[in-house]
Design a protein around this ligand. Structure first.
Ligand code: PLP
Length: 417
C-alpha cells in the first residue's frame, strides 16, 4: 500500500473487541470468532480519541487513493504489509431521477471488485485473518460472499474453502473455482452449509468467515457509511434503503455513523435506515413488525435474490436495533416486483443491476407510495451488486436478421425510423 494511499503514517487504533449483546470486553489480537460467553457477534472497538487526532475532514480530503483503506485508523489491520487491496471502496454516488423524489442518490457498490459490496467485508476480514496467522479460511455462501472470499484469499496467498447449496447461481460457483479456491456444493440449505463450515473450522483448523461469526467483515462494510458522509459533505441523508440479508451493510453503516460522531466528523443527526427483504424470506421484516428483539428463522425461504435468502441472521438484534433507533423500518417486496424493477432500473440509467438492488428499488418505491419517505427528502439507495452476478432475466429475443443489405433496407431500417 505504500505510496498509493498517502496514509502510510496512519495506523489502526483498534483497542479491543466487545460482545454485541453481552458488552463483555476481549483482547483483539488473536483469531476469535463469536463472543465466547453467548455465541453472539463481536464488534471491534477503537481508540477514538487517537483516531480523531489524525482523521480530520482535511486529512481525509488529502488522502486521494487507497479505496476503503483511506480509513486506516478505524480499520483493524495493524501492519500495512498484510493489506490485500484489489480496488475495493470509493464507489460513486450517482444522482438518479426517480418518480416522486426530488433527490435520490444511488451508491454504486456493484463497481467493487467481484461485482458486489461483499468485497469490502472480505478485503478487511481476509487481510486481518492473514495478519493474525490464519492459513485456511472457510465460509458458507449463497452467492457473492464466496466469490469475494476466493478472490481475496488468492491475493493474500491463503487457502479458501467455500460451501454453497447445490442450487447456488452458476456464476457464483464459477468465480470461486476460477480463483483456485475449493468449492463444496452441498445438497442442503445455507444453514446446512454453515454447519459444515463450523465442522471444517473445528476439525480441519480453518478460520470461519461466516457473516457475523467473526468481527471484521462488518468493519469493511462500515466504510460505506464513512464514504457516504464524506461524499455528502459530512451531512448524512434523510433515509437509506438497503437490501438486507445477513445485515452487515445496515449494521456496518450504523456503526460507522456512531464512530464518525465520536471523532467529531458529523453531528448527532442520523438517516432513517430501511431494510428491504423479499416476501419469500423476510425474517427481519416480521420481527420488526412484531416488535421483537430477535428474529425467528424463516421456513422454506425462497427468492431468486440469492443475497437476501438468509433465513436466520446471527446479527438479527444488531439489525433490528439499528432500524429502530434510526426511526426507520423494514419492508418486504413481492418476487414479481423484484424481477420487474431490475429492468426498470436499467431504463432509469443504472445499467444492468442485481436482483438484490432491484429488491431495494421495489422497496423504495413502496416506501414512497406509503408516505414513509417524503418527496423533499435526500434518499440514498444501495446498488449492492452487478447484474451479471444474478441469474439473467428471460427476454423474448427477436429472431436474427439475415446478413443481407436488401433485407436491412426493407425491414430493419423502416422499423427504426
Ligand atoms: C449479501 C448481499 C446482500 C445482503 O447484504 P447484507 O449486508 O448481508 O444484509 C445484498 N445484496 C447483494 C448483492 C449481496 O451479495
Amino acid at each position: 500500500m505504500e505510496g498509493t494511499t498517502g496514509t502510510v503514517t496512519a495506523r489502526s487504533t483498534l483497542s479491543h473487541l466487545e460482545g454485541g449483546l453481552s458488552g463483555k470486553r476481549y483482547q483483539a489480537d488473536g483469531l476469535i470468532g463469536l463472543d465466547p460467553s453467548d455465541q453472539r457477534p463481536l464488534l471491534a472497538r477503537y481508540d477514538l480519541v487517537r483516531a480523531a487526532s489524525t482523521m480530520t475532514r482535511a486529512a481525509m480530503a488529502s488522502r486521494r487513493s487507497g479505496g476503503l483503506w483511506r480509513w486506516r485508523e478505524l480499520l483493524p489491520v495493524r501492519d500495512a504489509s498484510f493489506i490485500t487491496y484489489l480496488g475495493e471502496g470509493g464507489s460513486p454516488l450517482q444522482r438518479v431521477r426517480w418518480p416522486g423524489l426530488s433527490r435520490l442518490l444511488v451508491k454504486r457498490e456493484s463497481l467493487n471488485p467481484t461485482g458486489s459490496f461483499k468485497a469490502r467485508g472480505m478485503a478487511v476480514a481476509v487481510s486481518r485473518a492473514a495478519e493474525l496467522g490464519a492459513s485456511h479460511l472457510v465460509a458458507p455462501s449463497a452467492g457473492n460472499a464466496g466469490g469475494a472470499l476466493a478472490a481475496y484469499a488468492a491475493a493474500a496467498g491463503v487457502r479458501a474453502t467455500v460451501i454453497m447449496p447445490v442450487d447456488a447461481p452458476a456464476v457464483n460457483q464459477v468465480e470461486v473455482l476460477a480463483t483456485g479456491a475449493r468449492l463444496i456444493l452441498l445438497e442442503g440449505l445455507i444453514s446446512d452449509c454453515g454447519r459444515l463450515a463450523a465442522l471444517i473450522r473445528d476439525e480441519a483448523g480453518a478460520f470461519d468467515l461466516s457473516t457475523f461469526k467473526e468481527p471484521y467483515r462488518v468493519e469493511g462494510k462500515k466504510t460505506m457509511g464513512f464514504e457516504l458522509a464524506e461524499q455528502l459533505d459530512w451531512r448524512l441523508p434523510d433515509a437509506i434503503v438497503y437490501p438486507t440479508g445477513g445485515g452487515t451493510g445496515i449494521v456496518g453503516m450504523c456503526k460507522a455513523f456512531g464512530e464518525l460522531e465520536a471523532i467529531g466528523m458529523i453531528g448527532s443527526a442520523r438517516p432513517r435506515m430501511f431494510s428491504v427483504q423479499a416476501e419469500g424470506c423476510a425474517p427481519i421484516v416480521r420481527a420488526f413488525a412484531a416488535g421483537e428483539r430477535f428474529a425467528r428463522q424463516w421456513d422454506d425461504a425462497v427468492t431468486e435474490a440469492a443475497g437476501l435468502r438468509v433465513p436466520s441472521a446471527v446479527g438479527d438484534f444488531l439489525i433490528l436495533d439499528c432500524l429502530r433507533t434510526s426511526g426507520g423500518g423494514a419492508i418486504a417486496v413481492p418476487e414479481r416486483e423484484i424481477l420487474e424493477w431490475r429492468l426498470r432500473l436499467g431504463r432509469l440509467g443504472l445499467g444492468y443491476t442485481s436482483l438484490e438492488t432491484a429488491a431495494a428499488a421495489a422497496g423504495l418505491n413502496a416506501l414512497v407510495e406509503l408516505g414513509s419517505i417524503g418527496e423533499d427528502e435526500t434518499v440514498v439507495l444501495f446498488d449492492t451488486g452487478a447484474g451479471y452476478k444474478s441469474e439473467p432475466p428471460r427476454f423474448d429475443v427477436t429472431s436474427p436478421v439475415p446478413n443481407d443489405p436488401e433485407v436491412w433496407k426493407a425491414k430493419v431500417i423502416p422499423a427504426l425510423r
